[in-house]
Ligand binder design. Structure first.
Ligand code: AMP
Ligand code: MG
Length: 422
């Protein structure tokens, strides 16, 4: 690919071609082992098979009396059955003897079912309870069948059972289950390390008050948040001045993926594509999409590099189309967008160019989709005012009012369901 600075893109790669190149370069990272308390939201690297039964013993599931079910058949308030209480079984402190016919053992939830017993008669179905003393007699005033209120050996997890599949994004309850089978160290896919290099002579550090002709870095913190969302470990480097040596240096730090924000186009100061072409491979430069057409992708020192346009909306869009996909795939996650989708009708018509994929910010108003903006790549607040976006494919000339569209919602469920006073 030749230097296109100040010449413009002669021809743009289609989004589909760019994705095809990218998908050909994605492979999942190796595994590492983390302790249980660090395992939630990580991706399981291997299918986990249990080497134990849970529970490992027959367990009482109610507070009451361990009995032989046959002893209490037909018991009722009018025809109670008297049983002799011969001891108690507590969680972790089992009764050592045997429940013979005509006897009962006082048992608490979670305690081992004593030998000889085959059911638990809940305390509610007894009279004259001997809870505290654990001796004397009770009267059963109801009956239970064999196995009632008992969880058998391996009834939760059996030895040899596959408990969780490789590739699982671990939920809190998954971590609890792994603990229950005695797994202290969890094999997970390593998180991709992502180096974020923001470039531009005009940039002040993230969060700095804009002054004179200088603006604060928006893309750095935005990309950090996106990378974190996608399971990557973000390291923000910058802002870096528009100087080739400084940018190349910043790109070469330790990482699995490098994101360069700014200087990705064909302007005089846009050196990132040139650097990538000189020192690595610039595989894609210029993509048929709006915004984000000055996006590049390639490889440097064996690592994927994404050249993201400096305009913040373009940066967000290019990240979501390409970089986020790669980071999720390397980390063993789904390449699909992590956005909830809804199908709703358009409130009014929209026009679109044939030949480019459009990323249109929208609001949802009264169950209809209100288009906000396709252009205005520098107006980041167009994405904060929006509820989400729709994608208009290359061959779409536009859509008529009432056309049903698929909206990708920026908010996750939690954020969407709660409105704090403004
Ligand atoms: P560039 O892609 O470097 O040509 O920049 C395009 C536009 O985005 C320019 O107006 C830049 O000032 C602006 N820009 C570049 N990087 C950032 C950034 N990190 N945060 C906010 N705006 C940026
Ligand atoms: Mg720039």
């Amino acid at each position: 690919m030749s230097d296109v600075r100040m010449k413009g893109f002669a021809r743009r790669t289609t989004v589909a071609q760019a994705l095809a190149w990218l998908d050909g370069h994605l492979c999942i990272l190796a595994e590492e082992v983390v302790p249980l308390e660090k395992a939630a939201r990580r991706v399981l690297a291997r299918t986990i098979v249990s080497s134990v039964n849970v529970p490992g013993f027959a367990r009482g599931m109610m507070d009451g009396y361990a009995i032989r079910a046959a002893d209490v058949q037909g018991a009722s308030p009018y025809g109670p059955v008297v049983l002799r209480v011969i001891g108690r079984s507590l969680p972790g402190r089992p009764f050592q003897g045997v429940v013979e016919s005509g006897t009962a053992v006082c048992i608490m939830t979670g305690a081992p079912l004593p030998a000889g017993a085959d059911a638990v008669l809940p305390a509610e179905l007894t009279e004259n309870q001997q809870w505290i003393k654990g001796g004397g007699e009770i009267r059963a005033v109801g009956d239970v069948g064999p196995g009632k209120h008992v969880s058998g050996i391996g009834s939760d997890v059996a030895v040899g059972q596959e408990v969780l599949p490789a590739g699982r994004l671990l939920r809190p309850q998954d971590v609890g289950l792994l603990s229950s089978i005695g797994l202290a160290d969890v094999p997970v896919v390593r998180c991709p390390r992502v180096r974020i290099v923001t470039t531009g002579d005009e940039l002040l550090p993230a969060g700095a008050r804009p002054a004179g002709y200088r603006i604060a870095d928006s893309n750095g913190p935005m990309l950090q948040a996106l990378v974190t969302r996608d399971g990557g470990l973000a390291e923000l480097v910058g802002p870096v001045a528009d100087q080739p040596e400084a940018i190349l240096d910043a790109m070469r730090g330790p990482a699995d993926v490098v994101l360069v924000s700014g200087g990705s186009s064909v302007g005089e100061e846009d050196c990132a594509p040139v650097l990538l072409r000189q020192h690595g491979q610039l595989a894609v430069h210029g993509i048929a999409m709006r915004p984000s057409s000055p996006t590049g992708m390639g490889i440097l020192d064996g690592r994927l590099v994404f050249l993201l346009p400096g305009n913040p909306v373009s940066c967000l869009c290019a990240y979501d189309f390409f970089a986020g996909r790669a980071i999720r795939a390397l980390g063993g996650r789904s390449v699909e967008w992590p956005y909830r989708r809804v199908r709703l009708p358009l409130a009014r018509k929209i026009a679109s160019h044939i030949g480019s994929v459009d990323y249109l910010r929208v609001r949802l108003i009264d169950g209809q989709v209100e288009p906000l903006a396709i252009s205005g790549a520098s107006i980041l607040s167009s994405t904060t005012r929006a509820d989400g976006f729709i994608i208009l494919p290359e061959n779409c000339e536009g859509l008529l009012p009432d056309a049903e569209v698929e909206v990708f919602l920026y908010d996750d469920l939690q954020a969407a369901s709660r409105h704090v006073g403004r």
